[in-house]
Write a protein that binds this ligand. Structure first.
Ligand code: S5P
Length: 276
């Protein structure tokens, strides 16, 4: 059977990337394919939301560069919450520069992303050197990389031949790249006759997920967990504002209820896909 109809646990057992394996295992353990994207600007609110949604998620996605009162103690708390609630961390950094520059951005600066983020992502636009640059830092630490093969936004340029090239780049670096930010499964995409893609299993993490809205005023487009997971074969749903609204003060019960709602929907969509 293809990965599309296998369980997360079956796929974990075969995955060569440590970060991917850890993610698949936590998904299975918690029966959650929900990643919450915590895009708020104050550290207290950031940590409060994470502590609230923690029990319901496999993964927390961050944009640490939008936190106004950031210092490295935020990361210490984040790591504590990751251990307390059993989730992985994904800094959504969207690297896009030459290898030397991204290696410096990934390892250093104020944020020191590689030291705490299990997963990060990159635009394939510079070509394969962006992967080797990031891998020089991330591979020794057991990290994993996702390429942005598609985007959720209206008018995205990441389509067609660009998407296919992204998959080819990943295929040539399977020791570090374990999947994509994309809107559909990518197994076998862009493969030629000489590529062995029979066992290919790229994880697909998908933003642009919402149950109550089809988009925002700035080009974001939302689909439902069922559209994303059952119909398009994606593996993890990434939900931000659908769970915590506009941000501001955190209504713990409301945020909890939304997180459980998306967790349930995402898991039901997966069970339907694998025929259980
Ligand atoms: O194509 C993309 C890729 C990403 S990583 N579209 C996206 O929306 N994202 C990210 O997912 C985006 O940066 C934001 O952090 C999150 C979506 O947030 P929401 O509030 O619209 O659910």
């Amino acid at each position: 059977s293809s990965p599309r109809t296998q369980t997360y646990a079956q796929r974990a057992a075969k995955n060569p990337n440590a970060a991917a394996r850890a993610l698949l295992e936590v998904i299975e353990r918690k029966k959650s394919n929900l990643c919450v994207s915590v895009d708020v600007t104050k550290r207290d609110e950031f940590l409060n939301i994470i502590d609230t949604v923690g029990p319901y998620v496999c993964l927390i996605k961050t944009h640490v560069d939008i936190i106004e009162d950031f210092d490295l103690s935020v990361i210490e708390y984040l790591k504590e919450l990751s251990a307390k609630h059993d989730f992985l961390i994904f800094e959504d950094r969207k690297f896009a520069d030459i290898g030397n520059t991204v290696a410096l951005q990934y390892s250093g600066g104020v944020h020191k992303i590689a030291s705490w983020s299990h997963i990060t992502n990159a635009h394939p636009v510079p070509g394969p050197s962006i992967i080797t640059g990031l891998a020089s830092v991330g591979k020794p630490l057991g990290r994993g990389l996702l390429l942005l093969a598609e985007m959720s936004t209206k008018g995205s340029l990441a389509t067609g031949a660009y998407t296919e090239e992204a998959v080819r780049m990943a295929r040539a670096h399977r020791d570090f790249v374990f999947g994509f930010i994309a809107q559909r499964r990518m197994d076998g995409v862009g493969a030629t006759d000489t590529d062995d893609v029979a066992d290919e299993d790229f994880l697909i993490l998908t933003p642009g997920v919402g149950l109550d809205s089809r988009g925002d005023a700035m080009g974001q487009q939302y689909r439902t967990p069922k559209e994303v997971v059952t119909e398009s074969g994606c593996d993890v749903i990434i939900v931000g504002r659908g769970i915590y609204g506009k941000g501001g003060s955190v209504d713990v019960q409301a945020v909890q209820a939304q997180a459980e709602r998306y967790r349930k929907e995402g898991w039901a969509a997966y069970l339907e896909r694998i025929g259980q």
